[in-house]
Design a protein around this ligand. Structure first.
Ligand SMILES: Nc1ncnc2c1ncn2[C@@H]1O[C@H](COP(=O)(O)OP(=O)(O)OP(=O)(O)O)[C@@H](O)[C@H]1O
Ligand SMILES: [Mg+2]
Length: 358
């Protein structure tokens, strides 16, 4: 059914078979370290140990991510496992497994009414604290996998750091444990992460970001400054707008993607702490926008901050530009999980060349 398990995976499976589990069971550690793989094998074993009329739950951030991360692999691993994401139900050895996404507003209500024997949770740090605590009130044995996050994350603060009081057990996994990934690829992956991301996703540590996000860049900015580049290499140009409040700055950034989205070049930027009125800000924006148009010929689209009164400010900005004979296309920015924005990892879609998201 599966390739040779490594010692860490064997330990976890051994604990499941011998019912050496706790009330809450978490597999944590580096990316691609084999947590999901062994947790799914163990889930098969665990489910089979319960009577036929038992029911179970598998939860992911969304049903789509649950399918991508777990359900497809589970059906490869075990022919008895079948699932339907539209019905939100799966079956394993004749036992029912309900499927849910944390993001589904009806999920919480539905789970409240269920009697469950065990639950499988994919990527626990993406759950809301309320959802997880409600889940705990329904059953006694969740198994969950996760990568580390900030030490201030609810999962660390309220659960993992109190593991002795809570009857919670942790199994740690590291990238080097996964013998199924060739060493050269592991070495390449290690180079892809720096700073806090290296600490979390490679070393498997719960560490604080401390404000430094792109540390590789921040520690060597001169290596990223270029004097010139062929303008015809630019495939499209976008402007991002962030509206400052009393504490934060207002910022406009113009970026260009080179062909095939190979490189991202910051073409110009404007920041200001003391924008006294929307009109002043609109004026500055128009100047900025026209300068980009003059230099590069066009701006495809703008993406603006849309929290609080953001959309109202954007409307004002668009009509100001129009009154000044410069029609500007402004879309609301998409607010994914911060980590996805930083990694430019869009879960729900991609940007089309006309600037719209799908
Ligand atoms: N014992 C094994 N036999 C065969 N393939 C394995 C084994 N262990 C892990 N893998 C494979 O290694 C890859 C990474 O494993 P897995 O997805 O379980 O890691 P993970 O720790 O859940 O990673 P992430 O934190 O990124 O979700 C997968 O392609 C998985 O199928
Ligand atoms: Mg995983």
């Amino acid at each position: 059914m599966f390739e040779k398990l490594n010692p860490k995976q064997n330990d976890f499976l051994f604990d499941v078979i011998n019912e050496n589990m706790a009330r809450i069971n978490i597999l944590q550690g580096s990316v691609r370290s084999g947590k999901t793989y062994i947790s799914l094998i163990s889930w098969i074993v665990l489910v089979s140990q319960f009577p036929k009329n038992s029911s179970f739950l598998m939860v992911g951030k969304t049903i789509t991510s649950l399918k991508r991360n777990c359900l497809s692999l589970l059906s490869d691993l075990c022919k008895s496992f079948t699932f339907s994401t539209s019905k939100k139900e799966a079956s394993l050895f004749g036992r029912i497994i309900y499927l849910e996404g944390v993001n589904d507003s009806r999920a919480e209500q539905k789970i409240r009414g269920m009697t469950l024997q065990a639950a499988y949770c994919d990527e626990l740090t993406l759950f809301t604290e309320d959802f997880f605590s409600m889940l705990l009130s329904r059953l006694s044995m969740p198994i969950g996998t996760t990568n580390p996050d900030s030490p201030a994350h609810w999962l660390m603060k309220k659960y993992i750091s109190r593991k002795d009081d809570l009857n919670l057990k942790i199994w740690d996994f590291y990238l080097d444990d996964n013998e199924t990934i060739p060493t050269e690829i592991i070495e390449d992956m290690k180079k892809e992460y720096t700073g806090v991301f290296y600490d979390r996703f490679i070393l498997g540590k719960w560490v604080q970001a401390e404000g430094l996000i792109y540390s590789k860049f921040a520690n060597d900015t001169s290596a990223y400054i270029i004097d010139s580049f062929p303008i015809h290499d630019l495939q499209n140009i976008h402007v991002g707008l962030d509206y400052g409040t009393s504490k934060s700055k207002t910022a406009f950034i113009a970026i260009g993607f080179t062909k095939g989205y190979k490189d991202l070049i910051v073409l110009n930027e404007f920041t200001s702490k003391g924008v006294s009125s929307p009109e002043k800000m609109y004026e500055k924006f128009l100047e900025f926008y026209r300068e980009i148009q003059r230099e590069y010929g066009y701006v495809l689209t703008c993406y603006a901050d849309c929290g609080g009164l953001g959309q109202v400010i954007t409307r004002g900005l668009q009509s100001y530009c129009l009154q000044n004979k410069t029609p500007v296309k402004v879309y609301d920015c998409r607010k994914f999980r911060i980590i996805k924005r930083i990694n430019m990892d869009w879960e729900f879609g991609t940007i089309y060349s006309n600037g719209e998201y799908i």
